[in-house]
Design a protein. Structure first.
Lengths: 505, 315
């Protein structure tokens, strides 16, 4: 029966469904929007505390702050320092928080807080142009020692990475030879390493790492070595030559020379404390990509009022899907094609039981009044108009009555679409006159059943979450509805309806 | 609960609602032809050109103010039928069979005043019975005097014959008998009895009411197994001719047999129901597929009716 002309249709539907789902998957991976509601993500809150003594001079305190530490993303930053001017200054590969104040006397404390999200994919952007090596002038006898050690390391290595590893190896106390002992002292070890690497033509620098431990106070920074391998900066442990940044380590400083500069103050000190927090994954995703290029598909850009409207609107396709399924595959008769969806939407706002009670009472009272209207011999338009007004009276009456009786549920009647209710009453009443009460019961309960099914689906927190945060999933719903439009099989109700045909089989 | 398996239905070739809509109505019925069959007034005019007779048109009420003329017109009439031109499924059809003083007697025997009928006309004009609630036109037709040979089977109202015509071939037929349940209407879902008719001979096969097989008419108590329709070939040819008149590939043709006029076309239906299969105890699909696979379709209605009588009875 399938004519070839349907192939493009099926391809289009397939594309729609895959596009919807893959877009959602992509946004899940890229933006970190969670599939489920209530998912929590760990966030590290790190607080840097700067202490110094003011000496009655204008003060500029400048703290290096992380720009893009490998393995983490910065979520929020804030500074707490009453009376100080504060700004974050980006310049030439380093980011600094700067506090300024005209007159400062006595001990001062400045805070800088930042939240970090672990993200294995976060990488600092590679430098725009390769860094230059800084060659130092060595005096004898160091110059010879450096040359010899470097020659030794170079002979055993092939790349900047291996060269660095070999060099670190040679500088360790247990492998030290005469040359190294001459150069190395505990205090200058790292700086010496950097200078020697630079001398050998490998750009190198120091970095400071902060080990993350929950509820840790006065955490100290640990120094790290960074070398440039021609593409990007690599981080190495200067003692063990282990390459890479441990998962629980955040590089607070990289690229800039100093961690803290205080002009106009003495005894400056810095300490770090940290706390592990959890944040709803959804909130995280929303905060993280605020204004990001990838967030164009998100409704969070809209004003709150429109957002809540869209929350409702985006549920409608689910209702439509339920109606299509119930009518096409199951074969339930409803009065009015999409009346059940609109009733279900009202149920979402009223919750089920109060909504059902309110809906049934309005329709029942309306049907009784419609009986009188039908004897008035009115034109259809004015009869419907009169019915709408009557429905409003009934809702108002029920609300007031319910409120006086102490039931708040009476108030929920107002969520029902008046015109739809009026039409429902009109249709039901005509159905009653023409086909009898039984058909009214069949179609009425069919409509209510479909409405309740749609309500159950639409009111599920997951449904609201998915439709609002992954609006592209509606492509898949559209595809499913289109597919159902091509369903030519038997409806479930037909298997029952055609039962007498068994005799002829 | 009793169920039939989809496989058994497939074996029987039962056409179902979704397939009817997608594979037959959507494919073979031009949307532009719908107004022709959805509007009884247009149907009457269209088929008249192809020599298909319909009940006599007494009055067309197009405007609210024309209703006042209805009373004058109806004054001298014993029986008539008021129909919404765009009504569907027999909705809004009121059949008046006689008079009782100033009152009119409905087919059900109920007596109604002229004002009730006028209100009914108003409702029709406002579009209460039309498909999309659009404003409508009411037509008043002469009452069909059913041929007594068939009329005795029907409780009230006029028995009519539904013939499904596919691409001009009459593929399946049934006799529809009104009952008390159906309020004189010959609509199966309202409770009328459907009697399947052998397409080759016009003899009755099985009967159903409310989708259940029966052997006796629930009101008249007459056996439904030996009904024979006269002039069967002529009726099939008439139904077949409606294809030329409307161009609809898949439709239901409703005929009545008038004692004076012979077979008359009551209405056409672009979405004929599926119950006809149960009345016949046969599925429509084998016959529809036979027509679809015809390499050389027949050109005249007579040839098609002839072919149908010869071929389909055994499918």
């Amino acid at each position: 029966m399938t004519s070839p002309s349907r192939l493009p249709f099926y391809i289009a539907v397939f594309l729609l469904i895959t596009a919807g789902i893959s877009l959602a998957v992509w946004r899940h991976i890229e933006l970190g929007i969670p599939w489920l509601t209530g998912e929590q993500r760990p966030v590290w809150m790190v607080e840097a505390r700067v202490d110094f003594d003011g000496s009655n001079e204008p003060v500029v305190a400048s703290l290096n702050v992380p720009e893009q530490p490998p393995g983490f993303r910065i979520l929020t930053e804030q500074a707490a320092s009453p009376g100080y001017g504060f700004s974050i200054i980006d310049k030439a590969g380093s980011r600094r928080a700067e506090w300024t104040k005209r007159e400062v006397v006595g001990p001062q404390t400045l805070y800088f807080k930042a939240q970090f999200i672990p993200d294995p994919n976060a990488e600092p952007a590679p430098p725009a142009q390769p860094p230059k090596t800084k060659r130092l002038f060595w005096e004898e006898p160091q110059a010879t020692a450096v040359r010899e050690i470097l020659a030794q390391a170079e002979a055993r290595s092939s790349t900047p990475e291996s060269m660095t590893r070999e060099l670190i190896q040679l500088m360790q106390p247990d492998t030290r030879v005469q040359n190294t002992t001459l150069l190395v002292s505990e205090a200058n070890y790292l700086q010496l390493l950097v200078n020697m690497l630079n001398h050998s033509g490998i750009p190198a620098r120091t970095a400071d790492g902060l080990k993350l431990e929950d509820a840790r106070r006065r955490q100290q920074l640990t120094p790290f070595l960074q070398i440039y391998n021609g593409e990007r900066w690599l981080t190495l442990n200067p003692k063990t030559a282990a390459q890479g940044v441990p998962e629980d380590l955040i590089l607070w400083r990289q690229g800039s020379e100093s961690l803290l500069d205080v002009v106009g103050g003495d005894n400056s000190e810095i300490s770090f404390s940290m706390l592990r927090q959890t944040v709803p994954a959804l909130q995280l995703a929303a905060m993280q990509f605020d204004g990001d290029g990838l967030s164009f598909l998100s409704f969070y850009e809209l004003p709150i009022e429109e957002q809540s409207m869209f929350r409702m609107l985006l549920l409608l396709p689910l209702g439509a899907l339920v109606v299509a399924f119930m009518r096409i595959v199951i074969g339930i008769r409803t009065s009015g094609t999409f009346m059940p969806v609109l009733i279900a939407v009202a149920f979402v706002q009223t919750t089920l039981v109060p909504g059902l009670v309110a809906f049934l009472s309005v329709v029942a009272i309306g049907l009784a009044m419609r009986g009188y209207l039908s004897s008035l011999n009115l034109l259809l338009v004015s009869r419907i108009s009169a019915l709408i007004i009557l429905v409003i009276f009934i809702t108002a009456g029920l609300s007031i009555f319910g409120y006086q009786m102490g039931f708040n549920t009476g108030m929920t009647v107002t969520f029902f679409p008046m015109v739809i209710i009026a039409w429902t009453i009109e249709r039901m009443s005509i159905l009653w006159e023409e086909e009898g009460g039984q058909e009214v019961l069949v179609q009425g309960s069919g409509s209510l059943f479909v409405a309740i099914c749609a309500y159950l689906l639409m009111s599920a927190p997951l449904a609201g979450h998915l439709t609002f945060n992954f609006p592209e999933l509606h492509f898949a719903i559209l595809g499913l509805i289109l597919l159902m439009g091509q369903y030519t099989g038997y409806k479930l109700s037909e298997l029952r309806r055609f039962t007498p045909m068994k005799v002829y089989d | 609960m009793d169920w039939i398996s989809p496989r058994a239905l497939n074996r029987l070739g039962m056409l179902n609602m979704n397939r009817r809509n997608v594979d037959y109505i959507a494919r073979y019925n031009e949307r532009s032809s719908y107004p022709l069959v959805d509007n009884k007034l247009k149907t009457k005019l269209a088929v008249a050109e192809y020599g298909v007779k319909t009940p006599q048109l007494l009055q067309v009420v197009k405007q609210q103010h024309e209703i006042s003329r209805f009373r004058d017109m109806a004054e001298g009439l014993a029986g008539f039928a008021i129909k919404p031109a765009k009504g569907s499924g027999g909705k809004g059809i009121t059949v008046i069979t006689g008079r009782d003083g100033d009152d009119y007697v409905k087919a059900s025997g109920a007596r109604v005043g002229a004002s009730v009928l006028e209100r009914h006309l108003t409702n029709i004009l406002a579009g209460l019975y039309s498909l999309a609630g659009t404003p409508d036109v009411a037509i008043v037709e002469s009452l069909v005097e059913s041929a007594p040979s068939l009329a005795r089977y029907s409780h009230q109202g006029v028995p009519d014959i539904r013939i499904v015509v596919f691409q001009g071939y009459p593929v399946m037929a049934m006799l529809r008998l009104a009952t008390t349940d159906s309020d004189g209407k010959a609509n199966l879902h309202q409770g009328a009895v459907g009697v399947g008719l052998d397409i080759g001979t016009g003899r009755s096969l099985n009967a159903v009411q409310f989708n259940r097989p029966i052997t006796l008419h629930p009101d008249t108590g007459l056996a439904l197994e030996n009904i024979n329709i006269d002039d069967w070939e002529e009726m099939l040819e008439m139904a077949s001719r409606c294809y030329e008149a409307t161009g609809l590939g898949y439709m239901g043709v409703d005929l009545v047999v008038d004692s004076n006029e012979g077979p008359l076309l009551l209405e056409l239906n672009a979405r004929p129901g599926l119950a006809i299969q149960m009345a016949n105890g046969r599925g429509l699909l084998p016959r529809l597929r036979a027509v679809e696979s015809l390499k050389r379709p027949h050109f005249t209605p007579g040839e098609r009716a002839n072919y149908a009588m010869k071929t389909f009875a055994s499918l």
